[in-house]
Design a protein around this ligand. Sequence first.
Ligand SMILES: *Cc1c(COP(=O)(O)O)cnc(C)c1O
Length: 230
Amino acid sequence: MNKNIAANIDEIKKRIALSAARAGRDPGEIKLMAVTKTVAAGHVKEAIDAGITLFGENYVQEAKDKIATLEKNVQWHMIGHLQTNKSKYVVHLFNCVQSVDRMELAQELDKRARLAGYKIDVLIEVNVSGEQTKSGIAAPDAINLVKQFSALENISVRGLMTMPPFSDNPEDSRPYFRALKEISRQISETRIPHVMMDELSMGMTDDFEVAIEEGATIVRIGRAIFGERK
Ligand SMILES: *Cc1c(COP(=O)(O)O)cnc(C)c1O
């Protein structure tokens, strides 16, 4: 994998446009997130210079170090499993937490956002496959969790996120992406106050094209931009 980050980004944007066209979608609906876990700040800066404005990090400490050295005009989303006691740092670092999967975490984020005088966006992480090792709320419980979040005034639910089981065949991810979209549709129909279902965060380096065909609005790409992780 070459280190030419700008060229990689151009290539991915072309592939996003082609997938969108195949699905009859406007490519402007799809946001490209660059996932920067283990990536040095200098390489993140190259991605910023190449026009990326949305970044994802998995670990709070790593994000803190990087965000401090980089320009402020970009958005950061937390995409990794989050311990509740890290919420107090998270509200200052991230615009959105995509990995919210339990009431205890949502309550703590709401409290920390209130104390900081912010509102923070969240996505609900859904474990569509039911794999025991995965974080995320079980699919049948997602609606009830979102209903509970509706009462929390300092978090705004914007949509759903998922990670399908690992596979080297992107087609294996399709049923999980389709299921997430269906859960999102069901939640929308329920019309829960203060809950929006505009975002579907799904698709990574190996399966983002399938995710776009199934309705992704945020694709989270690490390796195809920055190369293989060590
Ligand atoms: C690492 C990671 C990604 C990016 O994965 P790639 O295969 O490098 O594109 C996306 N989402 C989450 C939650 C991740 O942890």
